[in-house]
Design a protein around this ligand. Sequence first.
Ligand SMILES: *Cc1c(COP(=O)(O)O)cnc(C)c1O
Length: 468
Amino acid sequence: MSTKPPTPLQERLRHLPSVSEVDRHLAARGLPNGKAVRDAVQDELARIRREALEPGGEPPARETVLAAIERRLGRLAGGQLQPVINATGVVVHTNLGRAVLAPAWLADAAPLLSAYTNLEFDLQTGKRGARGGRVPHLLARLAGAEAALVVNNNAAAVLLLLSALAGGREVIVSRGELVEIGGAFRVPDIMRQSGARLVEVGTTNRTRLADYADAITPETAALLKVHRSNFVMSGFVEETSVAELAGLGAARGVPVWHDLGSGNFYRFEQPALRAIPTVEQELHAGADVLTLSGDKLLGSVQAGIVVGRAEPLRVMQRHPLYRSLRLDKLRLAVLERSLLDYLDIAALRANNRVVGLLERTPEDMTPMARTLLGLLPQAAAAPLRWELVRDQSLPGGGALPEVRIDTLCLALQPADGDADALATRLRGHQPPVVARVQEGRVLLDFRTIFEADLPALAAAIQGLCRAG
Ligand SMILES: *Cc1c(COP(=O)(O)O)cnc(C)c1O
């Protein structure tokens, strides 16, 4: 124990709260505790101490220190994977995890994951068997295809397709389809990575069948059609259909590949979605190989699904890249279970969340809206007014550009007019609520809100009233 008077440096740190003082403060505020929190607190205190001791550094006030620690803990909580309430109306939301899986699928798959399985084992011969159980058979059957295979995601499917079947050769693509999809899936980049040579034809807005025909050489490996998943072109535009390409390909002995991206085996009843062809219909247009995502419109796990003729798929499966891009058993188990629902429309509508949410009508949402209103104070409190409004969801995210579906929303109108601040506070709630800001209001779209979200959603809105 030193009895010497404090040095000027120590004097500067005199007002810093101790770790136990911070603990008491966090407990009083109902904030979490635990090793990760203690580490973060000590780290933050060390940082503040370091800065205070730097030449010209100021000894921070106690309140400043506690506020800095709370912010740090907020980041800690925000960074960890956690459920959020999606009130955006975007069903396939790239940033919120795309397809939400049915609890029944996970429950049914669980016993397969905590046991040894015949993942790659033929129970009749006792020898190594084909990987993936029924999944390829189910997919081929649902798509009306000769064969199917699955890999990590659709980007991987396209990379494998080009590497296995076009490496060193030419692939003809319309300039209007050299798209960028999501984070860094750029058709020209994937092409380069695969070793295939890109032959661009047509112009941005118009590509005719003759443009493809003129570009075919003995070096041509395929004609590639890429779905423009996340944007639309209108005005003076012309594109060549898969059916036309298939006719040309057949006449010239060149295969046709179709990167569909987002597809489903189900025909939607929702008027805005009725025109979307099924994967089977898309394949019937004549492509030799078609690729799509497992977690977009299909509503299952992240996966790249390849359907088409048996021979090219065999070549893909034998390519060394397949081994590094293949699907793990966890997703295979859930994918198999989710595909079984496609054999039974009633089960599909009950379990497949993407299908269920996309088929919701405003009338379907009314009981949920009434329940939510019943959980809120009778008269909207002063800082906030709310009302039910008809609106339109843009449900596809990057999967269905420009498709709008009639929906029902709770519109929140802040008295101070700052809708962005309101949306930020909703995101800060536990669980976070992600909403849509539109024309000075915050809209909570019942298209993507689950029944089970309602109590937490009501609590979040009540919180806005209190703190507002
Ligand atoms: C979404 C999409 C991809 C990428 O699929 P991931 O499953 O995200 O890898 C590729 N091509 C098209 C046309 C797409 O729509």
